[in-house]
Design a protein around this ligand. Structure first.
Ligand SMILES: Cc1ncc(COP(=O)(O)O)c(C=O)c1O
Length: 416
C-alpha cells in the first residue's frame, strides 16, 4: 500500500462497534418492521415513540437567538457569561472551595483532549477504569500516550479505591505526574455512580500518593451524564470533596452540554479546573486557551448564548430542570423493568444506579451478541461485556430483553 500519511498517523482508523451494531439493527428493522427489533445501541435519549428527545426549553431558546448570537465568533476561552453559568450549573449548591476556572470546549471530548494534551507528556500512561467509554483509548492513543487501567469496582460492587491506589503508585514510580480519568457518575457503560464517600476516597488516594513528593496528580471527573444521575442537588454533593486540595493535586472536570441539554451535535462543553493554588488556576486558563487556539479555535457561539438565554430567565431554568427530571424518570423506569427481570432469570448485571447504560458482564461478548441478534435484540459488545442503552429503548420493549440475554449467553456456551 502507498501511504501519504506522516509516520505518527499511518494506519490509524477509528472503527466503531456501536455504529456497526446500530447499522445492523436499522437494516433488520427495515426488513421485518420496527416493532420486531430491539435496538439498544444508541447513546441518546429516544422517547417511547422512538424519536430523538430534544428538550422543549432548548428548542424554544434556539428560536429566540438573534443572528448575532448564533453567527458571531465567541472568545477563544468562551463567553464569560457562559463560563460562569457552566460553573454554576455544574456545581449547583456544591461549589468546592478553591480557585475555579473554566474554558469552553467542544463537548466533554474537548475537555478530555486538552487535559491529556496539557497535563501529560508523550509516552505517559493515562489511567482509566476497566469499564470505560471506548473513545478514551483513542483520545489517549492518538497523541502517543498509553492507556493504563484500574478497576472501577470491587468484587462486591463498590468503588475499588485499592486498585486505583495500586495503579497510581505504579505509574508514579516511572512518571512525575499521573492523569486519572474517572467517569464516576452515571458511568458509561455501567450506570454505576460513586457515593460521596467514594469520591472522597478517590481524592484521598491521589493526595496520599503524591504527599511529601515532587509528584503531581490530576483527577479528571467526567460528568457527561450528571443531569440524569438523580436529584439535582444530592447528585452534585460530591463536588464539595474537590475543595481544599493539596497544591500538587488538580481536578479538571469534563463538563458537557451534549446530554444535559440534548445538544449532542452542537459540540459544546467546558473544562473546569479546581485547585488551591492561584497560579495553577491561571496556568489552567492560559494553557487551555492556547491549546484551543491551536486546535478548534473558538466554540459554538449559538449553544453558548442558548445556555445564557435559559439561565437569565428563572422560569426557563426551572422548566429545564423539570424536563430533565421527566426523562431521568423515564430512563429509571426502563432500567427497573430490565433489572427486575434480570434478577428473576439470574442474569448478572454490573450495579446500576442511573444513566444511559447498563452493562452485563460476560466473556466473549461478540459471540453472545451474535446469538442475541438472532433474537432481534441489538446490544453493543465490549471487552468486558454487553452494553444496553436504556436511554433509547421504548419502555414497552424493555420486557423480555433480560430473558433473551440470559438465553443467548447459554446458547453461546458461556457461564457468566
Ligand atoms: C463517558 C463519556 N464521556 C464523555 C462523552 C463526551 O461527549 P461529548 O463530547 O459529546 O460531550 C461521552 C459521550 O458519549 C461519554 O459517554
Amino acid at each position: 500500500m502507498f501511504y501519504m500519511a506522516a509516520p505518527q498517523a499511518k494506519g490509524k482508523s477509528a472503527g466503531d462497534n456501536i455504529f456497526a451494531a446500530n447499522g445492523r439493527a436499522v437494516a433488520l428493522a427495515k426488513e421485518i418492521g420496527e416493532e420486531n427489533v430491539v435496538n439498544a445501541t444508541i447513546g441518546a435519549i429516544l422517547n417511547d415513540a422512538g424519536e430523538l428527545v430534544v428538550l422543549d426549553v432548548v428548542k424554544k431558546a434556539y428560536e429566540e437567538l438573534t443572528p448575532f448570537e448564533w453567527a458571531s465568533y465567541s472568545p477563544i476561552s468562551g463567553l464569560p457569561d457562559y463560563l460562569n453559568i457552566c460553573m454554576e450549573e455544574c456545581f449547583g449548591e456544591s461549589r468546592p472551595e478553591g480557585y475555579i476556572r473554566a474554558v469552553a470546549t467542544p463537548g466533554g471530548s474537548g475537555a478530555i483532549h486538552h487535559a491529556i494534551h496539557n497535563y501529560t507528556a508523550p509516552g505517559d500512561e493515562v489511567l482509566v477504569t476497566d469499564w470505560h467509554w471506548g473513545a478514551y483509548k483513542t483520545l489517549i492513543d492518538d497523541p502517543k500516550r498509553v492507556p493504563g487501567f484500574y478497576q472501577l469496582l470491587t468484587a462486591d460492587g463498590h468503588f475499588n479505591k485499592e486498585s486505583l491506589r495500586t495503579e497510581v503508585r505504579r505509574v508514579l514510580k516511572k512518571q512525575n505526574s499521573v492523569l486519572v480519568i474517572l467517569n464516576g457518575i452515571a458511568n458509561n457503560p455501567t450506570g454505576y455512580s460513586l457515593t460521596d464517600d467514594e469520591w472522597k476516597e478517590a481524592v484521598d488516594v491521589l493526595s496520599e500518593e503524591v504527599k511529601g513528593t515532587e509528584k503531581k496528580a490530576i483527577l479528571l471527573p467526567d460528568v457527561a451524564y450528571l443531569d440524569y444521575s438523580g436529584e439535582r442537588q444530592a447528585s452534585r454533593r460530591f463536588f464539595k470533596c474537590f475543595g481544599g486540595l493539596p497544591q500538587n493535586v488538580l481536578v479538571v472536570i469534563a463538563y458537557s452540554l451534549s446530554k444535559g441539554f440534548t445538544l449532542y451535535g452542537q459540540r459544546l462543553g467546558a473544562m473546569i479546573g479546581v485547585t488551591s493554588d492561584k497560579d495553577v488556576a491561571q496556568e489552567f486558563a492560559d494553557i487551555n486557551q492556547y491549546a484551543s487556539r491551536a486546535t478548534w479555535s473558538n466554540c459554538n457561539t449559538a449553544a453558548q448564548n442558548l445556555m445564557i438565554h435559559i439561565y437569565k430567565d428563572p422560569a426557563k431554568a426551572q422548566e429545564l430542570i423539570e424536563e430533565r427530571l421527566k426523562y431521568y424518570r423515564l430512563i429509571q423506569d426502563r432500567a427497573a423493568i430490565f433489572m427486575a427481570e434480570a434478577k428473576e432469570v439470574g442474569l448478572k448485571v454490573v450495579p446500576y444506579v442511573s444513566g444511559f447504560f447498563i452493562s452485563i458482564p460476560v466473556k466473549e461478548s461478540k459471540k453472545v451478541s451474535d446469538f442475541l441478534e438472532k433474537k432481534h435484540v441489538f446490544l453493543v459488545p465490549m471487552e468486558k461485556g454487553l452494553r444496553l442503552a436504556v436511554c433509547s429503548v421504548p419502555t414497552r420493549k424493555m420486557k423480555g430483553i433480560a430473558t433473551k440475554v440470559a438465553e443467548a449467553i447459554k446458547e453461546a456456551g458461556i457461564v457468566q
